[in-house]
Design a protein around this ligand. Structure first.
Ligand code: HEM
Length: 442
């Protein structure tokens, strides 16, 4: 792309040592937006002694995630944080090992497999709704977290996670919380120091290991779920062992349930605050889905439902930024980046860029007609990332969200009790507290 420019990309000048920490700490999402607005498609900033290059242009994102993918990996920082939790799981493995694991796991995400998961998704959603009462307030984030962890465990591992009750959700929450704090603070108290935080984290890690071990041990390799497929793959040249399979179980739980729960939570919140769009969704569900059983054939016809979810993930992308580290010198946006440089591709910024989206802050599922979709640059919308490392669970998540949203919204309507969302961006874009909606029967 273009000729090489001399020097470094522009960016906000921060104080030595702390860099741009102060501006960042007060409102990270506005900070990213300001960096893009003020300094353009490629900008440099420093946080906690680390330098980041923010790419705010779809073409540059495509270059890193697709064309130059071989010159980047997930990076030291990601591995340091996630390795204690997911070992060498798919989210952070690299090279030939990653390629083989991805290949082994992919069949569990093929369309035929996904169609089989549909009744499980609907059944779990209906079970959740059995607990809802007309005209009461629910924390829909908590509800969606519980729902998606149950669905992931049942469909992908054929495991009924309810018997572990709240343990697994609490444990996942504790390790995610800890991992995300570590990303923000490079100087940390070592795990060996018995602080309350460290004790909670260690307990959570051993709970997850125990549950994942039990899940692996309950399989004999004869089924079609991911665990059975991985068990059949061993022993092989790499010596795929139970520990590696356990790591993939935790990886899929971690990567698959929170993101999907966030997308559903934010979509419900957006429907609660946009009654006109909620009415249109309700009308489509009455007309097309009716009262009959919901299946993938039915959801395929639900075009407004699909647009609603698509728009929800534009306004509030569950993964707010994809991060890569250069493994060799590479030219991006006209600048020569050294190996070791960390680049960020922020969905939050690009999904709200007024060059691509008119009134970007408005929730308008109707904007997604075919002509609009075709007019967009490829990486103007990328909630699931892109290139070889794009989300393995994309179609699974889309299917799950369509079935769950259709099941919920054909019978229920919402009113926001939490009137302004407070967001806590880290690896994912999480709400800073409960997301309370008043639920009522339609
Ligand atoms: C709305 C829901 C979801 C969103 C927004 C989402 C987003 C993403 C993104 C952006 C990436 C790329 C990360 C990167 O390039 O660094 C990713 C990767 C991944 N996702 Fe998802 N995800 C979702 C659901 C799921 C589900 C349901 C599963 C599994 C059941 C899953 C499993 C994974 C795994 C294993 C990877 C790593 C893939 C690889 O590196 O080969 N995700 N996801």
């Amino acid at each position: 792309m273009g000729t090489e420019r001399s020097g470094e990309p522009p960016g906000p000048s921060g104080l030595p040592v702390v860099g741009n920490a102060r501006q960042f700490a007060s409102d990270p999402l506005s900070f990213y937006e300001e960096v893009a607005r003020e300094y353009g498609p490629i900008a440099r900033y420093a946080l906690g002694g680390r330098v980041f290059y923010q790419l705010s242009d779809p073409e540059l994102v495509e270059q890193v995630l697709v064309h130059e993918n071989d010159r980047f990996d997930k990076g030291e920082e990601y591995r340091r944080i996630l390795n204690p939790v997911i070992g060498n799981g798919l989210l952070i493995s690299e090279g030939e090992f990653w390629r083989e694991q991805r290949h082994r796991m992919e069949p569990a995400f093929h369309p035929e497999a996904l169609a089989e998961y549909a009744p499980v998704i609907v059944e779990h959603t209906e079970r959740l709704l059995d607990d809802w009462r007309d005209d009461t307030v629910r924390d829909v984030h908590a509800d969606m977290m519980q729902l998606t962890v149950e669905i992931a465990a049942k469909t992908l591992f054929d495991a009924d996670i309810r018997k572990y009750e709240a343990n697994i959700s609490d444990a996942l929450e504790a390790v995610m919380d800890r991992s995300e704090k570590r990303l923000e603070r490079p100087i940390e108290i070592p795990d060996s120091v018995p602080t309350p935080g460290n004790r909670r984290y260690k307990r959570a890690l051993s709970t997850l290991t125990e549950i994942a071990t039990e899940i692996v041990e309950s399989h004999d390799g004869s089924g079609d779920d991911v665990v059975s497929r991985l068990l059949r793959a061993k022993p092989n040249a790499d010596g795929l062992d139970d520990e590696q399979i356990r790591d993939e179980v935790v990886t899929l739980l971690l990567a698959g349930h929170e993101t999907t729960a966030l997308a559903l939570t934010y979509t419900l919140y957006l429907l609660a605050t946009n009654p006109e769009q909620a009415d249109r969704l309700g009308a489509e569900l009455d007309e097309t889905a009716g009262r009959g059983p919901l299946s993938t054939d039915v959801t395929a016809e639900l075009s407004y439902t699909k647009r609603t979810l698509r728009e929800g993930m534009r306004v509030y992308p569950p993964v707010q930024s994809v991060i890569r580290e250069a493994t060799e010198p590479v030219e991006i946006g006209g600048y020569e980046l050294d190996d070791g440089v960390v680049v960020t591709a922020p969905q939050w910024v690009i999904h709200r860029d007024p060059r691509f989206y008119e009134r970007p802050e408005a929730f308008r599922p109707e904007r997604w007609d075919e002509a609009f979709r075709e007019s967009l640059p490829r990486f103007a919308y990328f909630p699931f990332g892109g290139g070889p490392r794009r989300c393995i669970g994309e179609n699974f998540a889309k299917q799950e969200m369509r079935l769950a949203l259709a099941t919920i919204a054909r019978d229920w309507e919402f009113e926001a009790v939490t009137d302004e969302l407070s967001l806590s961006p880290s690896i994912t874009l999480r709400p800073d507290g409960p997301v309370k909606l008043r639920v009522g029967r339609r």
